[in-house]
Ligand binder design. Structure first.
Ligand SMILES: [Fe+2]
Length: 229
């Protein structure tokens, strides 16, 4: 409950400062805040974590708190497209978080965007951040390669959540996975839903710097996503 107020406040800032163009026909911010949110994407545990610690201003490029720490440097970039799969989508919020080199989500007090654990001990840790696509629909994230969970049963991944302008809820899309990950079994590949497009990346490596591309198609394979959008 202690996050309720900050979340509401942060959501207020997000909805009020980021989506103005989509609400130009409404009479006041109060009116659009009361607009019914269309829930899409099915069950989404802890979706509210998306907004904890979100900054007032979000750029199309973000550098995670892990970038200057140990680990293999990784740059993820991509273009977000409208559901037609062709037109670039600007002003799309993307929230990301991933494990550290121990395969854990660890809160690091003092790190600006690090998320303190909830009463239940849940946290997205300190390697997390936000980007918002530019006019060309593009974004870029500087971080390090995540490691698999300590149990070694799940491939290394980067979680992604999308929030579009308007009254549609945030929804998660296929996590970023790495094609050369030995934990990425045929079974896991088969089970992928392709939400927002494939999250399986072929990384390029140049002198220790890895780069990968994760394009996103809004609404693709997202349950209850409005067809007219
Ligand atoms: Fe995870």
């Amino acid at each position: 409950m202690k996050y309720l107020q900050p979340i509401c406040l942060l959501m207020f800032f997000y909805f009020s400062s980021c989506n103005g163009q989509d609400y130009k026909n409404t009479t006041s911010e109060k009116a659009h805040l009361s607009e019914k949110i269309l829930k899409v994407g099915g069950a989404f545990e802890n979706s509210e974590f998306t907004y904890i610690g979100i900054p007032a201003t979000i750029e199309s490029i973000d550098t995670s708190a892990a970038w200057n720490l140990e680990g293999s440097k990784l740059i993820i970039s991509g273009t977000v497209y409208l559901p037609d799969g062709i037109s670039p989508a600007s002003d799309i919020l993307i929230y990301y978080y991933h494990t550290n080199l121990d395969g854990k989500y660890v809160h690091v007090p003092g790190v600006k965007q690090s998320m303190p654990p909830t009463k239940q001990g849940h946290t997205h840790g300190f390697i997390r951040g936000w980007v918002k696509t530019d006019k060309k629909g593009q974004y870029k994230i500087y971080t390090v390669k995540p490691m698999p969970y300590p149990n070694g049963k799940e491939a290394a991944h980067i979680h992604l959540t999308v929030k579009e302008p308007g009254n549609i809820s945030e929804y998660y899309i296929d996590s970023i996975l790495f094609n050369d990950d030995p934990l990425l079994t045929a079974e896991i590949r088969k089970s992928r839903k392709n939400r927002g497009g494939s999250g399986i990346l072929n990384l390029m490596e140049t002198e220790g710097l890895y780069t990968g591309k994760r394009d996103i198609i809004l609404g693709l394979n997202i349950p209850d996503y409005p067809k007219s959008k």
